[in-house]
Design a protein around this ligand. Sequence first.
Ligand SMILES: Cc1ncc(C[n+]2csc(CCOP(=O)(O)OP(=O)(O)O)c2C)c(N)n1
Ligand SMILES: [Mg+2]
Length: 432
Amino acid sequence: MSFSATNLAQPLQLNTATPRSNDKPSLLLPKTSSFLGSTRNFRPTSLSANPSHSNAHRRSAVVAVSEAVKEKKLHASTNLLITKEEGLELYEDMVLGRSFEDMCAQMYYRGKMFGFVHLYNGQEAVSTGFIKLTKKEDSVVSTYRDHVHSLSKGVPAREVMSELFGKATGCCRGQGGSMHMFSKEYNVLGGFAFIGEGIPVATGAAFSSRYRREVLKQADCDHVTLAFFGDGTANNGQFFECLNMAALWKLPIVFVVENNLWAIGMSHLRATSDPEIWKKGPAFGMPGVHVDGMDVLKVREVAKEAIGRARRGEGPTLVECETYRFRGHSLADPDELRDPAEKAHYAARDPITALKKYILENNLATEQELKAIHKKIDELVEDAVEFADESPLPPRSQLLENVFADPKGFGIGPDGSYRCEDPKFTQGTAHV
Ligand SMILES: Cc1ncc(C[n+]2csc(CCOP(=O)(O)OP(=O)(O)O)c2C)c(N)n1
Ligand SMILES: [Mg+2]
Protein backbone atom coordinates (compact mmCIF):
# COMPACT_ATOMS: atom_id res chain seq x y z
CA MET A 1 0.00 0.00 0.00
CA SER A 2 1.36 3.41 -0.80
CA PHE A 3 -0.19 6.85 -0.73
CA SER A 4 0.39 9.81 -2.93
CA ALA A 5 -1.38 13.11 -3.10
CA THR A 6 -2.69 12.35 -6.55
CA ASN A 7 -3.75 8.77 -6.22
CA LEU A 8 -5.57 9.51 -3.02
CA ALA A 9 -8.07 11.99 -4.31
CA GLN A 10 -10.11 8.85 -3.78
CA PRO A 11 -8.26 7.15 -0.94
CA LEU A 12 -6.43 3.98 -1.81
CA GLN A 13 -8.25 3.43 -5.06
CA LEU A 14 -8.63 -0.26 -4.63
CA ASN A 15 -12.37 -0.13 -4.81
CA THR A 16 -14.21 1.87 -7.37
CA ALA A 17 -17.23 2.25 -5.13
CA THR A 18 -19.56 0.27 -7.33
CA PRO A 19 -22.89 0.69 -5.60
CA ARG A 20 -24.32 -2.46 -4.14
CA SER A 21 -27.00 -3.92 -6.36
CA ASN A 22 -29.82 -2.66 -4.15
CA ASP A 23 -28.41 0.87 -4.06
CA LYS A 24 -30.59 2.84 -6.41
CA PRO A 25 -29.19 6.31 -7.10
CA SER A 26 -31.91 8.09 -5.19
CA LEU A 27 -31.64 5.60 -2.38
CA LEU A 28 -27.90 5.55 -1.95
CA LEU A 29 -28.48 6.48 1.62
CA PRO A 30 -31.88 5.42 2.86
CA LYS A 31 -33.28 7.59 5.62
CA THR A 32 -32.81 4.81 8.11
CA SER A 33 -29.21 4.30 7.12
CA SER A 34 -26.43 5.27 9.46
CA PHE A 35 -23.05 6.90 9.08
CA LEU A 36 -20.90 3.90 9.82
CA GLY A 37 -21.77 3.02 13.40
CA SER A 38 -23.65 6.18 14.21
CA THR A 39 -27.35 5.73 14.76
CA ARG A 40 -27.99 9.29 13.65
CA ASN A 41 -29.20 9.87 10.13
CA PHE A 42 -27.58 12.04 7.57
CA ARG A 43 -29.56 15.21 7.05
CA PRO A 44 -31.64 14.86 3.90
CA THR A 45 -30.28 18.17 2.58
CA SER A 46 -26.72 16.95 2.45
CA LEU A 47 -27.95 13.74 0.87
CA SER A 48 -29.70 15.36 -2.03
CA ALA A 49 -27.29 18.25 -2.41
CA ASN A 50 -24.25 16.11 -2.89
CA PRO A 51 -24.45 12.46 -3.77
CA SER A 52 -20.79 12.04 -2.92
CA HIS A 53 -21.86 12.07 0.73
CA SER A 54 -23.47 8.73 0.19
CA ASN A 55 -22.84 5.94 2.58
CA ALA A 56 -21.87 3.66 -0.29
CA HIS A 57 -19.09 6.05 -1.19
CA ARG A 58 -18.08 6.37 2.43
CA ARG A 59 -17.96 2.63 2.86
CA SER A 60 -15.71 2.33 -0.14
CA ALA A 61 -13.05 4.23 1.79
CA VAL A 62 -13.33 1.84 4.68
CA VAL A 63 -13.25 -1.17 2.40
CA ALA A 64 -10.30 0.30 0.58
CA VAL A 65 -8.08 0.13 3.61
CA SER A 66 -9.32 -3.33 4.54
CA GLU A 67 -8.57 -4.50 1.00
CA ALA A 68 -5.11 -3.03 1.16
CA VAL A 69 -4.47 -4.89 4.37
CA LYS A 70 -5.81 -8.11 2.87
CA GLU A 71 -3.64 -7.67 -0.18
CA LYS A 72 -0.60 -7.16 1.95
CA LYS A 73 -1.44 -10.27 3.91
CA LEU A 74 -1.56 -12.31 0.72
CA HIS A 75 1.88 -11.17 -0.29
CA ALA A 76 3.52 -11.44 3.08
CA SER A 77 5.62 -14.56 3.56
CA THR A 78 4.08 -15.42 6.95
CA ASN A 79 0.54 -14.53 5.92
CA LEU A 80 0.26 -12.50 9.15
CA LEU A 81 0.33 -8.77 9.67
CA ILE A 82 2.44 -8.90 12.81
CA THR A 83 5.05 -11.04 14.51
CA LYS A 84 4.48 -12.46 17.97
CA GLU A 85 6.64 -9.74 19.55
CA GLU A 86 4.77 -6.99 17.73
CA GLY A 87 1.40 -8.49 18.65
CA LEU A 88 2.31 -8.68 22.32
CA GLU A 89 3.71 -5.15 22.29
CA LEU A 90 0.51 -3.77 20.78
CA TYR A 91 -1.64 -5.78 23.16
CA GLU A 92 0.32 -4.66 26.21
CA ASP A 93 0.16 -1.02 25.19
CA MET A 94 -3.60 -1.11 24.68
CA VAL A 95 -4.15 -2.95 27.96
CA LEU A 96 -1.96 -0.39 29.70
CA GLY A 97 -4.02 2.48 28.27
CA ARG A 98 -7.31 0.86 29.25
CA SER A 99 -6.31 -0.30 32.75
CA PHE A 100 -4.57 2.93 33.56
CA GLU A 101 -7.66 4.93 32.69
CA ASP A 102 -10.08 2.58 34.45
CA MET A 103 -7.98 3.31 37.51
CA CYS A 104 -8.14 7.05 36.74
CA ALA A 105 -11.92 6.85 36.90
CA GLN A 106 -11.73 5.22 40.33
CA MET A 107 -9.26 7.78 41.59
CA TYR A 108 -11.26 10.67 40.18
CA TYR A 109 -14.44 9.56 41.95
CA ARG A 110 -12.42 9.15 45.15
CA GLY A 111 -11.42 12.79 44.90
CA LYS A 112 -7.77 12.24 44.06
CA MET A 113 -7.86 14.27 40.86
CA PHE A 114 -9.04 17.81 40.27
CA GLY A 115 -10.78 19.57 37.44
CA PHE A 116 -11.94 17.64 34.41
CA VAL A 117 -10.60 14.26 33.37
CA HIS A 118 -11.37 13.02 29.84
CA LEU A 119 -10.81 9.34 29.23
CA TYR A 120 -9.74 7.64 26.03
CA ASN A 121 -11.44 4.26 26.65
CA GLY A 122 -12.28 2.66 23.30
CA GLN A 123 -9.85 4.69 21.21
CA GLU A 124 -6.67 2.80 22.21
CA ALA A 125 -6.07 1.26 18.78
CA VAL A 126 -5.35 4.72 17.39
CA SER A 127 -2.73 5.67 19.96
CA THR A 128 -1.10 2.25 19.91
CA GLY A 129 -1.34 1.77 16.14
CA PHE A 130 0.46 5.03 15.48
CA ILE A 131 2.72 5.78 18.40
CA LYS A 132 4.25 2.33 18.73
CA LEU A 133 5.80 2.95 15.30
CA THR A 134 7.55 6.14 16.36
CA LYS A 135 11.07 6.73 17.59
CA LYS A 136 11.80 8.51 20.85
CA GLU A 137 12.89 11.63 18.91
CA ASP A 138 9.58 11.80 17.05
CA SER A 139 7.00 14.15 18.55
CA VAL A 140 3.42 13.63 19.60
CA VAL A 141 0.92 16.41 20.14
CA SER A 142 -2.28 15.51 21.89
CA THR A 143 -5.54 16.92 23.21
CA TYR A 144 -7.16 16.84 26.63
CA ARG A 145 -7.48 13.04 26.09
CA ASP A 146 -3.74 12.82 26.49
CA HIS A 147 -2.93 10.19 29.11
CA VAL A 148 -2.89 7.25 26.73
CA HIS A 149 -0.89 9.03 24.02
CA SER A 150 1.70 9.85 26.68
CA LEU A 151 1.84 6.26 27.92
CA SER A 152 2.19 4.89 24.38
CA LYS A 153 5.04 7.34 23.77
CA GLY A 154 6.86 5.94 26.80
CA VAL A 155 6.19 8.45 29.58
CA PRO A 156 6.30 6.27 32.73
CA ALA A 157 2.88 5.46 34.23
CA ARG A 158 4.10 6.78 37.58
CA GLU A 159 4.74 10.21 36.10
CA VAL A 160 1.41 10.35 34.29
CA MET A 161 -0.54 9.27 37.37
CA SER A 162 1.34 11.71 39.60
CA GLU A 163 0.56 14.49 37.17
CA LEU A 164 -3.10 13.57 37.38
CA PHE A 165 -2.86 13.71 41.17
CA GLY A 166 -1.25 17.16 40.88
CA LYS A 167 1.92 15.93 42.57
CA ALA A 168 5.47 17.24 42.32
CA THR A 169 6.68 13.94 40.78
CA GLY A 170 4.33 14.28 37.80
CA CYS A 171 5.71 14.78 34.29
CA CYS A 172 4.89 18.51 34.62
CA ARG A 173 5.70 18.64 38.34
CA GLY A 174 1.98 18.65 39.07
CA GLN A 175 1.39 21.94 37.32
CA GLY A 176 -0.40 20.63 34.24
CA GLY A 177 -2.87 18.09 35.51
CA SER A 178 -4.97 15.84 33.34
CA MET A 179 -5.21 17.94 30.20
CA HIS A 180 -1.63 19.18 29.92
CA MET A 181 0.72 16.23 29.78
CA PHE A 182 4.16 17.23 28.55
CA SER A 183 7.47 15.44 28.41
CA LYS A 184 10.59 16.90 26.95
CA GLU A 185 12.36 13.58 27.31
CA TYR A 186 9.76 11.60 25.36
CA ASN A 187 8.81 14.43 23.02
CA VAL A 188 5.22 14.68 24.10
CA LEU A 189 4.68 18.31 23.20
CA GLY A 190 1.54 18.71 25.18
CA GLY A 191 -2.00 17.89 25.80
CA PHE A 192 -4.08 20.94 24.86
CA ALA A 193 -7.36 21.86 26.51
CA PHE A 194 -8.29 24.43 23.91
CA ILE A 195 -9.30 22.35 20.97
CA GLY A 196 -7.11 22.76 17.90
CA GLU A 197 -4.32 24.51 19.80
CA GLY A 198 -2.02 21.58 19.38
CA ILE A 199 -2.25 21.50 15.60
CA PRO A 200 -0.08 24.60 14.97
CA VAL A 201 2.35 23.43 17.66
CA ALA A 202 2.69 20.11 15.84
CA THR A 203 3.08 21.90 12.52
CA GLY A 204 5.84 24.02 14.07
CA ALA A 205 7.58 20.91 15.39
CA ALA A 206 7.44 19.35 11.93
CA PHE A 207 8.77 22.57 10.43
CA SER A 208 11.69 22.53 12.87
CA SER A 209 12.58 18.96 11.78
CA ARG A 210 12.74 20.01 8.16
CA TYR A 211 14.64 23.20 9.02
CA ARG A 212 17.19 21.29 11.05
CA ARG A 213 17.75 18.82 8.27
CA GLU A 214 17.87 21.18 5.33
CA VAL A 215 19.02 24.52 6.70
CA LEU A 216 21.11 23.49 9.67
CA LYS A 217 22.38 20.45 7.74
CA GLN A 218 21.60 17.97 10.49
CA ALA A 219 21.37 15.11 8.02
CA ASP A 220 20.14 12.58 10.55
CA CYS A 221 17.14 14.69 11.59
CA ASP A 222 14.32 12.68 10.06
CA HIS A 223 11.94 13.21 12.97
CA VAL A 224 8.23 12.94 12.40
CA THR A 225 5.41 14.63 14.30
CA LEU A 226 2.02 13.11 14.95
CA ALA A 227 -0.84 15.53 15.65
CA PHE A 228 -3.88 13.87 17.28
CA PHE A 229 -7.21 15.65 17.50
CA GLY A 230 -10.94 15.01 17.27
CA ASP A 231 -13.67 15.28 14.66
CA GLY A 232 -15.13 18.40 16.29
CA THR A 233 -11.72 20.03 16.23
CA ALA A 234 -11.41 19.35 12.51
CA ASN A 235 -14.00 22.11 11.97
CA ASN A 236 -11.67 24.70 13.51
CA GLY A 237 -9.65 27.15 11.47
CA GLN A 238 -6.20 26.15 12.70
CA PHE A 239 -6.69 22.77 11.11
CA PHE A 240 -7.13 24.23 7.63
CA GLU A 241 -4.30 26.71 8.01
CA CYS A 242 -1.96 23.99 9.12
CA LEU A 243 -2.98 21.57 6.37
CA ASN A 244 -2.06 24.30 3.93
CA MET A 245 1.34 25.02 5.47
CA ALA A 246 2.19 21.37 5.93
CA ALA A 247 1.40 20.57 2.30
CA LEU A 248 3.08 23.71 1.01
CA TRP A 249 6.30 22.98 2.85
CA LYS A 250 6.07 19.18 2.63
CA LEU A 251 6.38 18.88 6.38
CA PRO A 252 7.04 15.55 8.09
CA ILE A 253 3.72 15.39 9.92
CA VAL A 254 0.73 13.09 10.14
CA PHE A 255 -2.60 14.67 11.06
CA VAL A 256 -4.50 11.96 12.90
CA VAL A 257 -8.19 12.71 13.33
CA GLU A 258 -9.79 10.53 15.97
CA ASN A 259 -13.34 10.65 14.70
CA ASN A 260 -15.35 9.30 17.60
CA LEU A 261 -18.51 10.75 16.02
CA TRP A 262 -19.15 13.19 18.87
CA ALA A 263 -17.88 16.52 20.10
CA ILE A 264 -19.19 16.55 23.66
CA GLY A 265 -22.94 16.26 22.89
CA MET A 266 -22.78 17.39 19.27
CA SER A 267 -23.03 14.70 16.64
CA HIS A 268 -20.38 14.95 13.94
CA LEU A 269 -23.11 14.52 11.34
CA ARG A 270 -25.00 17.55 12.56
CA ALA A 271 -21.97 19.77 12.84
CA THR A 272 -19.98 19.07 9.70
CA SER A 273 -20.91 20.02 6.16
CA ASP A 274 -19.06 17.04 4.71
CA PRO A 275 -18.55 14.40 7.38
CA GLU A 276 -15.77 12.65 5.48
CA ILE A 277 -12.83 14.41 7.03
CA TRP A 278 -10.18 12.45 5.09
CA LYS A 279 -11.32 14.23 1.91
CA LYS A 280 -9.81 17.47 3.15
CA GLY A 281 -6.33 15.99 2.61
CA PRO A 282 -6.50 15.78 -1.18
CA ALA A 283 -8.10 19.24 -1.23
CA PHE A 284 -4.84 20.58 0.18
CA GLY A 285 -2.61 18.34 -1.94
CA MET A 286 -1.88 15.57 0.53
CA PRO A 287 -3.19 12.03 0.80
CA GLY A 288 -6.34 11.53 2.85
CA VAL A 289 -7.09 8.11 4.26
CA HIS A 290 -9.96 6.69 6.21
CA VAL A 291 -9.31 3.71 8.43
CA ASP A 292 -11.23 1.60 10.90
CA GLY A 293 -9.90 3.00 14.16
CA MET A 294 -11.20 0.07 16.19
CA ASP A 295 -8.74 -2.26 14.48
CA VAL A 296 -5.18 -1.70 15.61
CA LEU A 297 -3.73 -3.74 12.76
CA LYS A 298 -5.41 -1.64 10.10
CA VAL A 299 -4.45 1.55 11.89
CA ARG A 300 -0.88 0.29 12.04
CA GLU A 301 -0.72 -0.46 8.33
CA VAL A 302 -1.94 3.04 7.49
CA ALA A 303 0.36 4.57 10.11
CA LYS A 304 3.38 2.74 8.70
CA GLU A 305 2.80 4.25 5.31
CA ALA A 306 2.02 7.75 6.57
CA ILE A 307 4.97 7.88 8.99
CA GLY A 308 7.24 6.41 6.32
CA ARG A 309 6.17 9.09 3.84
CA ALA A 310 6.89 11.81 6.38
CA ARG A 311 10.26 10.34 7.30
CA ARG A 312 11.30 10.03 3.67
CA GLY A 313 10.59 13.73 3.19
CA GLU A 314 7.54 13.13 1.01
CA GLY A 315 5.24 15.30 3.10
CA PRO A 316 2.16 15.12 5.28
CA THR A 317 -0.80 12.75 5.36
CA LEU A 318 -4.27 13.20 6.80
CA VAL A 319 -5.64 10.07 8.42
CA GLU A 320 -9.20 9.84 9.68
CA CYS A 321 -9.62 7.01 12.18
CA GLU A 322 -13.19 6.05 12.85
CA THR A 323 -13.33 5.25 16.52
CA TYR A 324 -15.57 5.60 19.57
CA ARG A 325 -15.22 6.62 23.18
CA PHE A 326 -16.72 4.12 25.59
CA ARG A 327 -17.39 6.67 28.32
CA GLY A 328 -18.90 10.13 28.53
CA HIS A 329 -17.08 13.19 27.25
CA SER A 330 -15.41 13.62 30.63
CA LEU A 331 -15.81 11.85 33.95
CA ALA A 332 -18.30 14.56 34.91
CA ASP A 333 -20.55 13.70 31.93
CA PRO A 334 -23.44 11.29 32.65
CA ASP A 335 -23.39 10.33 28.94
CA GLU A 336 -27.14 10.42 28.44
CA LEU A 337 -27.19 11.82 24.92
CA ARG A 338 -25.76 9.00 22.89
CA ASP A 339 -28.02 6.24 21.69
CA PRO A 340 -27.53 2.96 23.60
CA ALA A 341 -27.68 1.06 20.29
CA GLU A 342 -24.76 3.09 18.96
CA LYS A 343 -22.79 2.50 22.15
CA ALA A 344 -23.51 -1.22 21.96
CA HIS A 345 -22.42 -1.34 18.31
CA TYR A 346 -18.99 -0.03 19.17
CA ALA A 347 -18.67 -1.86 22.50
CA ALA A 348 -18.93 -5.06 20.48
CA ARG A 349 -15.95 -3.87 18.43
CA ASP A 350 -13.64 -3.32 21.41
CA PRO A 351 -10.14 -3.05 19.88
CA ILE A 352 -8.50 -4.98 22.70
CA THR A 353 -10.87 -7.92 22.38
CA ALA A 354 -10.38 -7.87 18.62
CA LEU A 355 -6.60 -8.01 18.87
CA LYS A 356 -6.81 -10.77 21.46
CA LYS A 357 -8.94 -12.80 19.06
CA TYR A 358 -6.45 -12.24 16.24
CA ILE A 359 -3.51 -13.26 18.42
CA LEU A 360 -5.19 -16.41 19.70
CA GLU A 361 -6.68 -17.49 16.37
CA ASN A 362 -3.32 -17.15 14.68
CA ASN A 363 -1.47 -18.89 17.51
CA LEU A 364 0.75 -15.89 18.07
CA ALA A 365 0.48 -16.33 21.84
CA THR A 366 -1.39 -18.37 24.40
CA GLU A 367 -4.16 -17.29 26.73
CA GLN A 368 -1.63 -17.60 29.59
CA GLU A 369 0.78 -15.21 27.93
CA LEU A 370 -1.98 -12.64 27.53
CA LYS A 371 -3.07 -13.13 31.14
CA ALA A 372 0.50 -12.51 32.22
CA ILE A 373 0.37 -9.17 30.43
CA HIS A 374 -2.80 -8.18 32.31
CA LYS A 375 -1.15 -9.15 35.59
CA LYS A 376 1.98 -7.15 34.80
CA ILE A 377 -0.09 -4.09 33.86
CA ASP A 378 -2.31 -4.37 36.95
CA GLU A 379 0.82 -4.28 39.09
CA LEU A 380 2.26 -1.38 37.14
CA VAL A 381 -0.92 0.65 37.52
CA GLU A 382 -1.19 -0.17 41.24
CA ASP A 383 2.40 0.94 41.64
CA ALA A 384 1.68 4.18 39.76
CA VAL A 385 -1.21 4.97 42.11
CA GLU A 386 0.83 4.25 45.23
CA PHE A 387 3.68 6.35 43.91
CA ALA A 388 1.36 9.25 43.08
CA ASP A 389 -0.46 9.03 46.38
CA GLU A 390 2.73 9.07 48.41
CA SER A 391 4.39 11.83 46.40
CA PRO A 392 4.52 15.36 47.80
CA LEU A 393 2.42 18.23 46.55
CA PRO A 394 4.43 20.88 44.72
CA PRO A 395 5.61 23.75 46.88
CA ARG A 396 3.39 26.82 46.86
CA SER A 397 6.26 28.84 45.39
CA GLN A 398 6.09 26.74 42.21
CA LEU A 399 2.65 28.11 41.36
CA LEU A 400 3.94 31.06 39.40
CA GLU A 401 6.81 29.28 37.68
CA ASN A 402 6.59 28.56 33.96
CA VAL A 403 3.79 31.05 33.57
CA PHE A 404 5.76 34.10 32.53
CA ALA A 405 9.16 34.41 30.91
CA ASP A 406 10.44 36.02 34.09
CA PRO A 407 11.34 32.97 36.17
CA LYS A 408 10.21 34.75 39.29
CA GLY A 409 6.62 34.73 38.17
CA PHE A 410 4.41 37.75 38.01
CA GLY A 411 7.32 40.13 37.66
CA ILE A 412 8.07 43.24 39.59
CA GLY A 413 5.50 45.13 41.60
CA PRO A 414 5.17 48.91 41.79
CA ASP A 415 7.55 49.04 44.77
CA GLY A 416 10.29 47.26 42.83
CA SER A 417 10.07 43.93 44.68
CA TYR A 418 9.23 40.61 43.10
CA ARG A 419 5.52 40.06 43.50
CA CYS A 420 5.91 36.35 44.07
CA GLU A 421 8.04 37.07 47.11
CA ASP A 422 5.11 38.75 48.81
CA PRO A 423 3.60 35.94 50.88
CA LYS A 424 0.16 37.49 50.55
CA PHE A 425 0.26 37.52 46.78
CA THR A 426 -1.40 34.16 46.09
CA GLN A 427 -3.59 34.11 49.15
CA GLY A 428 -7.23 33.81 48.29
CA THR A 429 -6.54 33.21 44.63
CA ALA A 430 -5.26 29.67 44.68
CA HIS A 431 -4.58 27.05 47.26
CA VAL A 432 -2.05 24.38 46.52
C1 LIG B 1 -11.23 26.59 21.38
C2 LIG B 1 -12.20 25.78 22.17
N1 LIG B 1 -13.52 25.90 21.92
C3 LIG B 1 -14.40 25.13 22.60
C4 LIG B 1 -13.98 24.26 23.56
C5 LIG B 1 -14.97 23.42 24.32
N2 LIG B 1 -14.82 22.01 23.96
C6 LIG B 1 -14.19 21.15 24.75
S1 LIG B 1 -14.17 19.63 24.09
C7 LIG B 1 -15.01 20.10 22.74
C8 LIG B 1 -15.38 19.11 21.68
C9 LIG B 1 -14.24 18.54 20.92
O1 LIG B 1 -14.65 17.41 20.21
P1 LIG B 1 -13.67 16.55 19.38
O2 LIG B 1 -12.68 17.39 18.69
O3 LIG B 1 -14.48 15.66 18.52
O4 LIG B 1 -12.86 15.70 20.47
P2 LIG B 1 -13.35 14.52 21.42
O5 LIG B 1 -13.78 15.13 22.71
O6 LIG B 1 -14.45 13.81 20.75
O7 LIG B 1 -12.13 13.68 21.62
C10 LIG B 1 -15.31 21.44 22.80
C11 LIG B 1 -16.07 22.19 21.78
C12 LIG B 1 -12.58 24.18 23.80
N3 LIG B 1 -12.08 23.34 24.70
N4 LIG B 1 -11.73 24.93 23.09
MG1 LIG C 1 -15.03 13.70 18.77
